[in-house]
Design a protein around this ligand. Structure first.
Ligand code: 5GP
Ligand code: ZN
Length: 112
């Protein structure tokens, strides 16, 4: 996927604030953070969305990395939010699967 920004970040072709890289995923800081902690956990391989991801072990890896990062960022006790936006109406703007880890402030519900 030549023009995919998250593929480019995963390959090092494009810069990002890398927080962790392990196994088949990486975590970066969101460029437009919506909370004091706003990380994106991304499979290194190009997987477009949840439909493509189910049944592949990478989902477990993505969520395991998010939980570990929540602990490392001191959010485990306070609470945090994990979000995967799916498709246009779900608010997915980058068509490469990514899990948002948000925390560090009280998060409201429902989302917009
Ligand atoms: P989505 O709307 O697809 O669920 O989330 C995409 C996220 O990627 C947004 O929160 C947006 O701020 C972030 N984002 C978009 N482009 C870049 C980029 O080039 N670098 C980083 N670090 N984050 C990006
Ligand atoms: Zn990609």
């Amino acid at each position: 996927m030549n023009d995919c920004i998250f593929c480019k970040i995963a390959s090092g072709e494009m810069e990002a604030k890398l927080v962790k890289k392990e196994g088949n995923c990486l975590a970066i800081e969101d460029i437009n953070p919506q909370a004091p902690v706003h990380l994106l956990i991304i499979p290194a391989e190009h997987i477009q969305d949840m439909s493509e991801a189910v049944g592949k072990g990478v989902l477990e890896e993505v969520f395991a990395m998010a939980v570990l990062l929540a602990e490392e960022k001191g959010l485990a006790e306070r609470g945090y939010r994990l979000v995967i936006n799916c498709g246009e109406e779900g608010g997915q703007t980058v068509p490469h699967l990514h899990l948002h880890l948000l925390g560090g402030r009280p998060l409201t519900w429902p989302p917009g």
